[in-house]
Ligand binder design. Structure first.
Ligand SMILES: [Zn+2]
Length: 107
């Protein structure tokens, strides 16, 4: 299964770069997004479920900026973390919902 290498969001085209595990460890990250450069970096050693979790988490940070949440960084992080885990649990426990989602959002 191929991991995504870019994402569209509004006017943005976010490039996803998969970095080495060593570099990720050195930077103490699993993933990170630079909203100004529209670049997301993810540890390439992560499995697919964790990679997806990271992508959604980092996209919540983009969404936070897009909708000007203007909350303290720790609150934004808490929301990104818990909302992502909740969404990933919901989708993994309801495969028919994933299918419905994919079909419902087609334009
Ligand atoms: Zn975060």
């Amino acid at each position: 299964m191929r991991k995504p290498t870019n994402l569209k969001f509004g006017h943005r085209l976010i490039k996803i770069k998969y970095i080495s595990h060593e570099l990720a460890q050195k930077r103490k990250i699993m993933a990170e997004v630079d909203p100004d450069a529209n670049v997301m970096e993810i540890d390439k050693s992560l499995d697919h479920a964790t990679t997806l979790n990271c992508i959604i988490h980092e996209m919540f940070h983009i969404i936070a900026g897009h909708y000007s949440w203007e909350v303290p960084a720790n609150i934004e992080e808490l929301f990104c973390e818990t909302a992502t885990n909740g969404v990933c649990d919901l989708l993994s426990q309801n495969p028919k919902l994933v299918e419905y989602l994919a079909n419902s959002l087609k334009k």
